[in-house]
Write a protein that binds this ligand. Structure first.
Ligand code: GTP
Length: 545
C-alpha cells in the first residue's frame, strides 16, 4: 500500500471538516426544533430518546473535527436527558427550555466560528515505513576473525548483507546506519550506547557475551540490547532473532476495518489512519461487515456502539457466532460513558473500548498498539515456530482462498510442493539442530525469492508448499528451478564443516483442478516424480485432459 500524499490527505481532511461543520449546524437546528416540538407535546418519551441519541452522536464526533466545546456541551445535555429517560415522571418544561437555550447558544457559536473563517488544524503524521525488500544490513563488531567469518558465511545464506567493524567509532560514521549491530560486549563504548538509543537511529543491538548471568543480561538491556547470545553462538537462534528485529520496520501495514454509521466521522478516521500508514476500510452498514472482513483481512475491527438497525455489541455477537473471525479483536469506539453499559457490551462480545471523541494521534497510537498485539498473537497461532512460515492449517485455508480467487479472476494460480532431498541423512550426519538450520535456510530463501502476493508455508517436517497467484505452470517452473539452483549452491555450516543440500519440487496449476486439496495431491505426485527421477529437480504435473 502506498502512503498517500500528505498534502492531499490534509486537503481531504479539510474538506471533510468543512462538510462536518455544515452537518453539525443542521443537526443542532434540528435538535432545537425537536425541543420546541417536545415543549408543545409535553414530554414525549420517544422524542426524548431520539434527542438523547442525537446528542450522543454529536458528543462522540464534534471533538474530532475541532468542535470540542460543542461536543462537551452535547455530552452534558445527553447525560441530562439520560437521567430524565430513567425517571418515570414527565420532564419539567423549564428543563427542556434550558436545553433549547443551550442549543440556540451552540448554533450562535457555530455561526460566529463560520464567519470568523476557522481553519482546520494540521496534523503531523508519522507515515510509517513502506515495505522494502532490500537486504537487511548486519554489522559484526568486535568479533575474532574466525568467529566473524564463520558467522558471516552462515548468515549470508539467509540473504543478509554483512559488514565488519573493528571498533565502535566505525559504527557512528556509517551511513545509512545498519539495521542490526551484533557486537561483543567488550567493545560497547558509552558513545555507541548513546548513539543506539537515539530515536532517529534505527539500529537494533544484539550483544554477545562470554557469560550468561542475570546481571549481565540486565546490563545488556541497559545498554539498549534487544538480543543476548553467549559464545559459541548458536547461528540458527541468532538468525531467528535477527529476522524478528529486522522485520520490525518492514512488515505489511496494519489493516483496520471501521464500522460506523456516521459517514463523515468514519471517513475522517480512515483518512487519519491511512495517512499514518494504516490500511483502513470503512463500512457504514453493519450488514456489509462480513464481506469487508473477507476482502480486507484486518488486524482489528473498530465498531461504533450505537448504530441504527444493529448495535455494535449485536454486530460483535453476530461475528462471534462462528470461529472464522475469532482472531480479529473487536474494539468499540464509542461515546458511551456509562460504565455499566460498557461492561454489558464487553460481556456480550467485543474486546476493548476506545472513547469518543478521540484525538487523531490517540487514534493512531491506539490502533497501532492493538494491531501489533493482534498480529503477534495470530502469527504465534498460525506461524511455524522454526521457520516463521505459515502452518499446515492456515496454509490450506489460504490455498482455498487463492483457488477461488483464481476461479473468479480466470487467472491461473500454481501450487508447488517442495521436499528437501535425503534430509534424513543430514540429521543423521550432522545432528538434528543442523537439520533444523537447513530447514530454516530453505524457508528464508523461499521467503526472499517469492513475491509478496505469494504464500509459502511449512507443510510438514522438511516439506514446504508455495501458492503462487496469477502464475502459470511454466513461470512457476522457471522460478522454482532458479530457487532450486540457488539452494543447491548454498554452503550449509555445521561446526567446522560445510555441506550442500538440494530439494525436489512438484507443480500443479488451477488448470488441473478447482479444488485446493486435489491440487495439493497433484503437486505431491509431481514432486514424487522429481524424487524418483533423480532428485534436485522440478516437475510439472501433466494436464489431466
Ligand atoms: N531436523 C529436523 N528433522 C526433521 C524435522 N521434521 C522431520 N524431520 C526428519 O526429516 C526426515 C525425513 O526423511 P524421509 O522422509 O525419510 O526422506 P528423506 O531422507 O528426506 O529422503 P527423500 O525425501 O526421499 O529425498 C526424517 O528423518 C524426519 O525425522 C524437523 O523439524 N527438524
Amino acid at each position: 500500500m502506498a502512503t498517500p500524499d500528505a498534502s492531499l490527505v490534509q486537503q481531504q481532511l479539510a474538506n471533510l471538516k468543512e462538510s462536518y461543520k455544515h452537518r453539525l449546524a443542521e443537526d443542532l437546528v434540528d435538535l432545537e426544533r425537536c425541543t420546541t416540538a417536545m415543549l408543545a407535546e409535553q414530554g414525549n418519551r420517544e422524542m426524548m430518546a431520539s434527542l438523547c441519541q442525537s446528542l450522543h452522536r454529536i458528543a462522540g464526533s464534534a471533538g474530532t473535527f475541532g468542535w470540542t466545546e460543542v461536543g462537551a456541551a452535547c455530552r452534558e445535555m445527553e447525560q441530562q436527558t439520560q437521567i430524565w429517560l430513567k425517571r418515570a415522571d414527565d420532564v419539567a418544561p423549564e428543563a427542556l427550555e434550558m436545553i433549547r437555550a443551550r442549543l440556540r447558544a451552540l448554533i450562535g457559536h457555530m455561526h460566529k466560528a463560520a464567519s470568523d473563517g476557522d481553519t482546520p488544524p494540521r496534523i503531523d503524521f508519522d507515515a510509517g515505513s513502506e515495505y522494502t525488500d532490500a537486504a537487511v544490513t548486519v554489522v559484526l563488531l568486535g568479533l575474532s576473525t574466525h568467529e566473524g567469518e564463520h558467522m558471516a558465511d552462515a548468515l549470508k545464506g539467509f540473504g543478509y548483507a554483512i559488514r565488519f567493524a573493528a571498533e565502535a567509532g566505525d559504527i557512528l560514521s556509517m551511513s545509512p546506519a545498519p539495521d542490526v549491530l551484533v557486537a561483543d560486549q567488550n567493545v560497547l563504548t558509552m558513545s555507541l550506547r548513546a548513539y543506539i538509543s537515539r530515536d532517529d537511529v534505527p539500529t537494533a543491538l544484539i550483544q554477545l557475551n562470554r557469560l550468561d548471568t542475570f546481571e549481565r543480561r540486565l546490563h545488556a538491556v541497559r545498554c539498549g540490547a534487544q538480543g543476548y547470545f553467549t559464545y559459541p553462538i548458536d547461528i540458527p537462534r541468532l538468525e531467528a532473532r535477527l529476522r524478528r528485529l529486522a522485520t520490525r520496520h518492514t512488515q505489511d501495514p496494519y489493516r483496520v476495518v471501521i464500522v460506523d454509521d456516521d459517514v463523515e466521522l468514519s471517513e475522517h478516521f480512515r483518512l487519519v489512519l491511512q495517512a499514518a500508514g494504516i490500511d483502513s476500510r470503512v463500512v457504514n452498514t453493519p450488514s456489509m461487515v462480513v464481506a469487508a472482513l473477507h476482502d480486507h483481512m484486518p488486524d482489528i475491527l473498530i465498531v461504533d456502539i450505537n448504530m441504527p438497525g444493529c448495535s455494535g455489541p449485536e454486530l460483535a455477537q453476530v461475528l462471534r457466532l462462528d470461529d472464522d473471525w475469532l482472531k480479529v479483536p473487536i474494539i468499540y469506539l464509542s461515546a458511551e460513558t456509562d460504565q455499566d453499559r460498557r461492561t454489558v457490551a464487553l460481556r456480550q462480545a467485543g474486546d476493548d473500548f476506545l472513547a469518543k471523541p478521540i484525538s487523531d494521534l490517540d487514534l493512531i497510537n491506539a490502533v497501532k498498539v492493538r494491531s501489533q498485539r493482534s498480529r503477534q498473537l495470530s502469527e504465534a497461532l498460525e506461524r511455524d515456530g522454526l521457520t516463521g512460515l505459515m502452518k499446515h492449517a492456515a496454509l490450506k485455508e489460504q490455498l482455498d482462498i487463492e483457488v477461488s480467487r483464481a476461479q473468479r479472476s480466470g487467472e491461473p494460480a500454481s501450487v508447488v510442493m517442495i521436499d528437501i532431498d535425503h534430509f534424513k541423512s543430514v540429521n543423521d550426519t550432522y545432528g538434528h539442530a543442523t537439520g533444523d538450520y537447513v530447514i530454516r535456510l530453505l524457508a528464508n530463501l523461499l521467503r526472499r525469492r517469492l513475491r509478496k502476493v505469494d504464500t509459502v508455508g511449512r507443510y510438514g517436517g522438511e516439506e514446504f508448499v508455495a501458492i503462487l497467484p496469477n502464475c502459470d505452470a511454466e513461470n512457476a517452473a522457471r522460478i522454482f528451478n532458479e530457487i532450486r539452483m540457488n539452494f543447491s549452491q548454498l554452503d550449509c555450516v555445521s561446526g567446522e564443516q560445510s555441506f550442500r543440500v538440494s530439494f525436489s519440487a512438484g507443480i500443479a496449476t488451477t488448470a488441473s483442478s478447482g479444488e485446493g486439496s486435489v491440487l495439493l495431491e497433484i503437486a505431491d505426485q509431481a514432486m514424487y516424480q522429481a524424487k524418483t527421477g533423480g532428485r534436485n529437480k522440478v516437475c510439472v504435473s501433466e494436464p489431466t485432459d
